[in-house]
Design a protein around this ligand. Structure first.
Ligand code: M6R
Length: 612
């Protein structure tokens, strides 16, 4: 979490830093700050609790003219989100200035050691301790690069840093371990950033740093080294992304834009990967591990949040159509309970960002046991994408809203393609069935468009329930994880309490909460559980609960039970969750927007959770 930006080059640094921080704000928005080396050779810093726009509105840009600077937007871990705890942080002597994304786990031990050397600290942050450690090593070596290397060599935990030293003015040192970092290489300028979004306005040429690597950047040169001082030669990559993809394009919120982009994002996920006539699905990135996928006795899917919900749906797909047992694990739990992992297991990590610390560590754990690791990832070049044995990109395009929408449906589409690929190879589905699936898959973007055209209907349901305090979301079978995801969407952006449950579990306890104020969203498409779910609806209705039913366009019967209906097109079971989640995304979006929530940057959250 946290976003960092550093600039050195021919331009005025501050506007580049502020622009970059705004684009990285999805990574954390508790406080923001910057340090600029002014034309007069002085270091000037401004930092403040609150959003980047609060910071921007409080500064007189004329005061901060200079071509070198670093900036930070924070998601608080150590220390409250106060002005003092905002980055950049200084060492006691104000010689080392640092912005940091990550957690220094052995900060207490380092602090005690430094205190015994007479160091004093002004803030509650682990970053201030690292700045002082670099200073301590600088005093011993009189060499900025060596001081950073020595310090990082003694640190446990994660970091992405950009660091200045007042003795070596025209230089920024950046380094990473466990937190993403890249270097934008422009024409006589360099931009260090946590994510490509912050460099895209200036250059599409980038170099990604790997764990344990650092970049030493001056106005006209860059050198890459490992923390152990081994020089690295790395080619520049050209970003396959344009600025419009990361801008709102006339929508009020990124989330709304991203919901409405789903016809295209889904198409991008399956483009070139399926033959509609034969039903053959091919995922180039997985070819080299196909033998392991076919011979595995079990798949383990690991992920967090929305991606975990996608994993639960993947379990239904793979077990039902490929007949391979699947276990789905919260990544944060998986690695800490000495999991039993066999060499012939296939462990699939699902992650939009490709940087989620728990998912990354779970995959690393699986690798240690010799399992084959696979990534289903959106962000190209992200750490998970680079570390797994093989993978498939979902190609959903940049997702900026903190609430994941289009990445979720593209994750589901990727899982459906994997299912079709494996089922064909293992002969667990007839060719005719695969052809029918492929023909239906082709219709999915059009069916999503139909729902987008119907968004005013979903909005009118949202209007009725914007003041509700609690919600239930209920579904059966593959729609149970859809219920979980619908509830998560509502919770995270509107701060309304919502719970997802398997519909039949209601009567084992939660039904006690039903009364005339409780809206209950039933996911009730016409599938083999339909009659059962109608009975569950009746159980809630007879206790005066309010029924909002998500039902197929041709389902007239539902009118006999539901107070409000969210209509969805009919599709095959394997694709149903992709369609069924969309009205629920709209419902939560409109409820949050009507309640004036900060939809794209909900409180306490960050898009990319790179701390464990
Ligand atoms: O980048 P990832 O897919 O690994 O992120 C996982 C979760 O942090 C993420 O899905 C989170 O739950 C979203 N805010 C949900 O909308």
């Amino acid at each position: 979490m946290c976003g960092i930006v550093g600039y050195i080059g021919k331009r005025n640094a501050l506007p580049v830093i502020i622009d970059g921080l705004k684009r990285l704000e999805y990574r954390g928005y508790d406080s923001a700050g910057f340090t600029i080396l002014s034309d007069k050779g002085e270091y000037i810093t401004f930092k403040k609790a609150g959003r980047v726009t609060d910071l921007e509105e409080s500064i007189d840009f004329e005061k901060y003219i200079g071509n070198v600077g670093i900036g930070h937007t924070r998601w608080a871990t150590h220390g409250e989100p106060t002005d003092a705890n905002a980055h950049p942080h200084f060492c006691m002597e104000e010689k080392i200035i640092l912005v940091h994304n990550g957690i220094i786990e052995n900060y207490k031990a380092i602090k005690s050691k430094l205190e015994s050397e007479g160091y004093k600290f002004k803030t509650d942050t682990d970053t201030e301790i690292l700045a002082n450690l670099i200073n301590y090593n600088y005093k011993k070596t009189n060499d900025f690069v060596k001081a950073v290397q020595l310090s990082l060599g003694g640190v446990d935990g994660t970091y992405g840093i950009a660091c200045l030293c007042t003795d070596e003015k025209d230089k920024i040192i950046a380094a990473r371990k466990g937190s993403p970092l890249l270097l934008g290489v422009g024409d006589e300028e360099f931009i260090i950033a946590s994510d490509a979004a912050a460099v895209l306005s200036y250059t599409r040429n980038v170099i990604y740093l790997n764990d344990g690597e650092m970049a030493i950047v001056t106005k006209n040169s860059h050198t890459l080294k490992t923390i152990e001082d081994v020089e690295i030669i790395r080619d520049i990559q050209v970003l396959d992304m344009v600025l419009e993809q990361i801008e709102k394009g006339g929508y009020k919120h990124f989330m709304l834009k991203e919901i409405c982009e789903q016809p295209e994002s889904i198409q991008n996920t399956f483009r070139g990967r399926i033959n509609f006539e034969t039903g053959v699905a091919k995922l180039g990135g997985l070819e080299k591990v196909l033998p392991q996928m076919l011979n595995a006795k079990r798949y383990i899917i690991t992920a967090c949040g929305t991606a975990w919900h996608a994993g639960l749906i993947g379990e239904y797909m793979i077990e039902q159509y490929c007949r391979i047992p699947v276990e789905v694990e919260y990544a944060s739990e998986f690695r800490y309970r000495r999991p039993i992992i066999y060499k012939d297991d296939v462990v699939i990590g699902i992650s939009q960002s490709g940087e989620t610390a728990d998912t990354l560590e779970a995959l690393r754990e699986a690798k240690k046991y010799g399992a084959t690791t696979i990534g289903i990832v959106n962000v190209i070049g992200s750490t998970i994408a680079r570390e797994v044995d093989a993978g498939t990109y979902i190609h959903a395009g940049p997702e900026i809203g903190v609430a994941s929408t289009k990445a979720f449906t593209s994750q589901l589409m990727s899982l459906a393609l994997i299912t079709m690929m494996i089922a064909r190879e293992k002969n667990t589905l007839f060719s005719k069935t695969l052809r029918e699936m492929a023909q239906e898959l082709k219709q999915i973007p059009e069916k999503i468009k139909r729902m987008i055209d119907r968004k005013e209907d979903y909005k009118s349901v949202a209007e009725k329930f914007r003041k509700s305090k609690n919600f239930y979301y209920l579904g059966r079978g593959v729609n149970f994880p859809v219920a979980l995801e619908g509830a998560l969407k509502l919770k995270e952006i509107s701060y309304i309490h919502a719970e997802g449950y398997p519909a039949a579990e209601m009567k084992h306890g939660p039904i006690a909460l039903i009364d005339k104020k409780m809206p209950v969203v039933f996911i009730a498409p016409k599938d083999r559980t339909y009659d059962k779910i109608i009975s569950n609806i009746a159980e809630v209705k007879s206790r005066k609960g309010i029924i909002i039913a998500l039902a197929n366009e041709d389902d007239d019967n539902i009118k006999n039970y539901a107070d409000y209906i969210l209509r969805v097109p009919k599709t095959l079971g394997i694709f149903a969750p992709i369609l069924n989640i969309i009205p629920l995304q709209f419902l939560s979006y409109y409820i949050a927007a009507m309640n004036n929530r900060d939809v794209d940057r909900p409180r306490n959250l960050a898009k990319s959770v790179t701390v464990e």
